[in-house]
Design a protein around this ligand. Structure first.
Ligand code: NAP
Length: 257
């Protein structure tokens, strides 16, 4: 089993116990990693602090990814506490609810801006902040979470599909920039999982049914299955993997019909 003993990681995107980021936090902490977890705003602080009670000596920090100052403060705190960083998990996405229903052609300029800023640009700014801390460790691993709606049309996924396409492209450009410093950057494209973010997508439950009927494994996936793949990609076991979208979706992406 992948070992994270002595490794330090930053996990961004825990909202509650259903969050994919939380499953990933548990998987890597269970293998020995010490973690910094962020929460977005006071509304989620209590949730994250309560969940983090099962971790050993976690660092809990506020971070709205649209604030450059908060991102900078996260890395100052990690530098002080950890002295470096081995991995970063980016599990953040948001679009205004009204953009995730109805025709994509109605997407507003502001909805587009917010979705791309929170869901895609945040990978760039968070990765940039991590670079000096990862360089201090001789390298690192960055992982983000995406969805097949970046490549194919899913009803109501709308601007989030466009944001995920930008996220995947950003992942590849970052992998190219940072490879010479031994920093790897990858994405997991996960099958649909019932989480807070997913509940914002109109008709989400019907997507689950389509995976049950058409994915090779005849089911969707759970957060623990995504977390197992994430632990691999975040670890030294994946030392030659970068710039990749890794599918954990029961094989759905392989199907034509
Ligand atoms: P989740 O638990 O709701 O996680 C999404 C996280 O993003 C929440 O913690 C959310 O906080 C945070 N966030 C939104 N805006 C933010 C901001 N400005 N600053 C900081 N954090 C912010 O849902 P999830 O399904 O686990 O999503 C995690 C990632 O997996 C997302 O990138 C999602 O697109 C991706 N993904 C999900 C699925 C799925 O079916 N669930 C499939 C493939 C990929 P708030 O609650 O405060 O907004």
């Amino acid at each position: 089993m992948t070992d994270f003993t002595g490794k330090h990681g930053l996990i961004v995107g825990v909202a509650n116990k259903r969050s994919i980021s939380w499953a990933i936090a548990r998987a890597v902490a269970g293998r020995g990693a010490r973690l910094a977890l962020t929460y977005q705003g006071e509304r989620l602080e209590e949730n994250v602090r309560e969940l983090a009670q099962e971790l050993t000596d976690p660092l809990i920090l506020p971070c709205d990814v649209t604030s450059d100052e908060q991102v900078a403060e996260v890395y100052r705190a990690i530098g002080r506490e950890f002295g470096g960083l081995d991995f970063l998990l980016h599990g953040v996405a948001f679009a205004p609810r009204e953009e995730l229903e109805g025709p994509f052609v109605q997407t507003t300029r502001e909805g587009f801006r917010i979705a791309l800023d929170v869901s895609a640009y945040s990978l760039v700014s968070l990765t940039r902040g991590a670079v000096p801390l990862m360089a201090a460790r001789g390298g690192g691993s960055v992982l983000t979470l995406t969805y097949l709606g970046s490549e194919r049309v899913f009803p109501n996924y709308n601007v989030m599909g466009v944001a995920k396409a930008a996220l995947e492209a950003a992942m590849r450009y970052l992998a190219s920039d940072l490879g010479p410093q031994n920093i790897r950057v990858n994405a997991i494209s996960a099958g649909p999982i019932k989480t807070l973010a997913a509940s914002g997508i109109s008709g989400f439950t019907s997507i689950l049914g389509i995976y049950r009927d058409h994915a090779p494994l005849r089911r969707t996936v759970d957060a623990e299955e995504v977390a197992a793949a994430a632990a691999f990609l975040l670890s030294g076991d994946a030392s030659a993997v970068t710039g990749d979208v890794f599918y954990v979706d029961g094989g759905f992406h392989a199907m034509g019909m």
